[in-house]
Design a protein around this ligand. Structure first.
Ligand code: 5GP
Ligand code: MN
Length: 337
């Protein structure tokens, strides 16, 4: 974000405003962590702040400070619409294309105020007057820390803010191991611990609350893993029947795709999950090195994201989707060597 923009935004924020914060659909730890971190920060200045999530999110995020205050558009559309009607400023966090918030996009069509985008995905759209977009950042939570820093306010970071931001940095960096984790990330994380983020407890709250069904579902996913050594690629499938067999709940498949990448020599891992609610296949793609799953997903599966982590979707059946995937891979053989 340029200095001019920071000054202008600081000026806007110098008097109480009606502010809405929106994370992307199917929010993850970074989307919820950044929204709540910013929420607590803005509340400190007496702004009227609401977080509107497009839809429900997993149980493992529901312990976060302030989480109870989050409105979910899928359940509370009327209340959300009236809040949006009065909003003066809308922060969009952890996404950069309004298509990623589904129906909330329609709710915003008469919005006349300013958008502030804070995001680390590739190819940002131009809807925001204030834009802090940086694909080199580990997470939107790291950017919220920087944003608070730009405003000269790191001394305003409470243990609640620190907890929320720590959570999102931890989840988006695969617990500080992805290449997006820099020395600056670690310095910020260290500051967050100093400000009251309880790192071991946060890790436990996110990762060590599995149900037996979830672990059995993981077993099923790993059994379904297909290795394509010729392409240094693996993929996993989960059908609707398999999900139902293990009483699938939102978030249960989080992180499964990473097991594919742990196989020796693998550069590209994908999971295809047949949606229980919609008639589509949800796809998560991960890579190591410079193979861009963002470009791959944009080109073939109607999605996008980052170089090493992206999402996508397919309207074909599960079987047809994996067949299409194996066909497409042939064109990427040299890139995957
Ligand atoms: P996941 O596989 O966990 O759903 O997504 C991996 C990463 O790609 C996340 O950062 C997520 O926000 C992003 N992502 C997922 N789906 C899409 C999409 O359709 N478009 C874009 N631009 N990013 C996506
Ligand atoms: Mn993120």
């Amino acid at each position: 974000m340029e200095e001019m923009q920071i000054k202008e935004l600081k000026n806007i924020l110098s008097t109480p405003k009606k502010i809405v914060i929106i994370p992307h659909k199917n929010p993850d730890g970074d989307a919820i962590g950044s929204s709540l971190g910013l929420y607590h920060y803005l509340k400190h200045y007496q702004h009227e702040v609401h977080i509107i999530a497009p839809n429900e999110y997993p149980e493992f995020l529901k312990w976060m400070p302030g989480e109870d205050d989050i409105l979910k558009y899928e359940y509370q559309a009327d209340a959300c619409n009236s809040i949006i009607q009065k909003a003066e400023l809308v922060f969009t966090l952890d996404f950069n294309s309004l298509s990623r918030i589904d129906e909330v996009q329609n709710a915003l069509k008469d919005f006349q105020g300013d958008y502030v985008m804070i995001d680390h995905h590739q190819a940002p759209e131009g809807y925001a007057r204030f834009m802090y977009s940086n694909t080199a950042m580990s997470s939107t939570c790291e950017m919220i820390y920087n944003f608070i820093d730009f405003l000269g306010d790191t001394d305003k970071i409470t243990s609640e803010i620190a907890t929320c931001l720590y959570t999102g940095i931890m989840t988006d960096t695969g617990s500080f191991r992805f290449p997006s984790t820099t020395s600056s990330t670690h310095r910020i994380v260290a500051n967050l611990i100093d400000k009251g983020a309880e790192n071991a407890n946060i890790h436990n709250a996110i990762f060590d609350t599995n149900s037996i069904d979830k672990l059995h579902l993981l077993g099923c996913a790993l059994k379904n893993l297909v290795a394509l050594p010729e392409y240094h690629t693996v993929y996993i499938t989960l059908s609707r029947e398999e999900l139902q067999q293990y009483n699938y709940k939102k978030g249960d498949t989080e992180g499964f795709v990473n097991y594919g990448l742990s196989l020796d020599g693998i550069k590209f891992a994908v999971i295809f999950i047949e949606s229980v609610q919609e008639d589509l296949i949800k796809i998560s793609l991960r890579s190591k090195g410079d193979f861009s799953v963002n470009e791959f997903s944009r080109a073939h599966f109607n999605g996008g994201g980052h170089t090493n982590a992206a999402g996508g979707r397919s309207e074909l059946s599960l079987e047809e989707t994996t067949k299409k995937f194996e066909e497409i891979l042939k064109d990427y053989k040299s890139q995957l060597q």
